[in-house]
Ligand binder design. Structure first.
Ligand code: SER
Length: 624
């Protein structure tokens, strides 16, 4: 039975039991701030369970794309996956325990033909009702074991939501497999048992405080991992040898020139590359783009982990795009978004792999050196600064550094790393703040209660005004002389202060006996413009009449660059679509930067088209 057959049979079986087949929802949960990524089949049905929405049918069945971040570090062993497909049947206030248990048993025995002797059942501590249902189906009492909340209570999927006690079907590979301890059972983490199917009796809603209240109805939410089920029916014992993974593994084998199954270390790296390659393909197809936080960080983290393990297989060129091609070709008949999003997926993966590729080799050798030193130290620990440097300069996700260090019997000072991260956030905050604090001490303008400066810069670039305040070194003064740094406030000014990412005007303030070169103008408090500069000749007194003159050609350069941001914005939207939205900009006389949001990196062809358009707009010489 192929993976495709299994998926289809499951949905067919439940259609025959009166269920409506529902398509998988996106890995990015819709309108669900409690959840990073879709991690169970029930996620798209949450509003039905809570009574906020009415289901199209009280009985639903689906094969859902799921992603779980909890086990990323374990991926590489034979069992764990980040991305997987979950088969599930759901009852919204319709049938309950008896049917859910009866149908699961029927499907497992009669459709999957799993031998009854190998199956175990788990139930929640006091769930005598489920116990009786399993007994009625002929399961021996000794094969039904009771566990507490940790094992047999499921949910919520995010911080809050529907949840309930559950009953699971486990497969037993036999006494000779695994830890061999007498107390080994379905709750053991060794390789003897494998959970196949989880039947959740969704009766409660759990709030942010952990308080549970009954839902309007008693519901059913079940989940069976497709890859695990395939491993059992195909007799491979591991998802990687099933037909769901074999083509991807073969691709990895081709790319690396390594055979799977010859060496445990190589095998592990190959599984990581295949699994993460598949997972990033699905994430990118659902619109996730690499970043340093949230789902984007998950993508970045696993892509970089795959790249590092790819290195250990001695692939020295970008390769994940080729793994993705295989995933798309092999799975787009089930998930058409892979085919429609192909270009974007390859672009996202290619760009991120290239970005990391630039620092990967240097980062790896820095890590190797750091680890050598740590091995000789008393604590055998990598410091927070080192982990931060690997992260900040070389793009190594801290979790990856932790993992690579652990492989060498070293630990990592994560608290120190967090401290470095916080320092960096501080620095970023400081750099974003416009203000006087950055360049020399600021005088206390609040205490002066000066009137707001009148801005006359739209009409011209020069005006007469009076010097209502002078400050030097953070102190208010009556006059300033040649060579002194000065902050000067006028009652009116043609100087545009730095605002909204556009740099301030520069120019001169000329008094009767002195001249100030103005390098910057800053808005302070409610509408006060402080000109910052240096007295280049003579002296200037508080209260005297001065002439403020903006450097006009510089002002025009800034204005032209400002206009150009609008032209670029228009061209971006024309080429990339309406979603390309401005996120910020920095405009200076000699350059500008335009930040925009867009799901994927811009392609080379798109870039030249954008350039061409902007140049056309400029040559059009339109009236402003
Ligand atoms: N929600 C449960 C799980 O994810 C059953 O589908 O295991």
């Amino acid at each position: 039975m192929t993976g495709d057959d299994l998926r289809e049979k499951f949905l067919l079986f439940f259609e025959q039991k009166g269920h409506r087949r529902v398509e998988s929802s996106s890995l990015v949960p819709r309108d669900d701030p409690t959840l990073l990524l879709t991690n169970a089949g029930m996620v798209q049905f949450k509003p039905y369970f809570t009574g906020e929405a009415v289901p199209p049918s009280p009985r639903l069945a689906s094969c859902q794309k799921c992603f779980r971040t909890t086990d990323i570090g374990s991926v590489g062993n034979l069992k764990h996956l980040t991305f997987f497909e979950m088969l599930g049947n759901f009852s919204i206030g319709d049938y309950f325990k008896k049917e859910a248990i009866g149908w699961a048993w029927e499907f497992v025995l009669e459709w999957l033909k799993l031998p009854k002797e190998n199956l175990w059942i788990t139930i929640f501590l006091d769930d005598d009702e489920s116990f009786q249902h399993w007994r009625d189906l002929g399961v021996e009492a000794g094969r039904i074991v009771r566990f507490g909340e940790k094992d047999n209570f499921w949910g919520p999927a995010g911080e809050t939501g529907p949840c309930g006690p559950c009953s699971e079907i486990h497969y037993d590979f036999g006494k000779d497999v695994g830890c061999g301890r007498p107390e080994c059972g379905p709750d053991c983490n060794c390789s003897r048992f494998m959970e196949i199917w989880n039947l959740v009796f969704t009766e409660y809603y759990q709030d942010a405080q952990g308080k549970r209240t009954p839902l309007p109805n008693k519901n059913i939410d079940t989940g069976m991992g497709l890859e695990r089920a395939a491993a059992l029916v195909q007799g491979t014992g591991s998802p990687y040898d099933t037909d769901l993974f074999a083509p991807i593994m073969q691709r990895v084998s081709q790319l690396t020139g390594r055979k799977y199954g010859e060496d445990e270390k190589t095998d592990r790296a190959m599984r990581i590359v295949a699994e993460h390659g598949r997972a990033v393909t699905f994430l990118a197809a659902d619109g996730v783009v690499p970043s340093n936080e949230g789902r984007g960080y998950v993508l970045r983290r696993i892509l970089r982990r795959a790249a590092v393990f790819g290195r250990t297989l001695e692939i020295d060129r970008p390769f994940l795009g080729e793994v993705a091609e295989q995933v798309i070709a092999g799975m787009n008949h089930v998930y058409p978004e892979l085919a429609t999003g192909r270009e974007r997926v390859l672009k996202v993966i290619g760009a991120e792999e290239a970005r990391f590729g630039e620092t990967l080799v240097t980062g790896m050798s820095l890590l190797a050196r750091t680890m050598e030193l740590a091995k000789g130290s008393a604590t055998r620990t990598l410091s927070g600064e080192e982990v931060f440097r690997l992260y900040d300069t070389y793009g190594f996700p801290s979790e990856l550094t932790v993992e690579l260090a652990a492989e060498n019997g070293l630990s990592v000072d994560l608290e120190g790393f967090e401290t470095e991260m916080e320092r960096q956030r501080e620095r970023a905050r400081a750099a974003h703040k416009f203000g006087l604090g950055e360049r020399g001490a600021a005088a206390d303008y609040v205490s002066q209660a000066l009137p707001p400066t009148e801005f006359v810069g739209y009409d011209g670039t020069r005006c007469k005004g009076s010097a209502i305040s002078l400050a030097s070194d953070g102190k208010f003064v009556e006059y300033v002389g040649e060579g002194q740094q000065v902050d000067i406030v006028l009652d009116k000014t043609p100087f545009y202060a730095e605002m909204g990412g556009q740099v301030a005007d520069a120019g001169e303030i000329i008094g009767r006996q002195g001249r100030i070169a103005v390098g910057d103008a800053v808005a302070v408090g409610s509408g006060l413009v402080v000109h910052r500069g240096e007295v280049v000749s003579g002296t200037v007194r508080r209260g005297e009449e001065v002439t403020a003159v903006v450097d006009e050609s510089r002002r025009l350069d800034i204005a032209r660059n400002h206009t150009a941001t609008h032209l670029l914005h228009a061209a971006l939207r024309q080429v990339l679509g309406e979603e390309a939205r401005q996120a910020g900009s920095q405009v200076a006389p000699d350059r500008f930067r335009f930040d925009f949001t867009q799901e994927a990196p811009v392609l080379e062809e798109e870039l030249s088209r954008i350039q061409q358009l902007v140049n056309e707009y400029i040559r059009g010489n339109h009236p402003l």
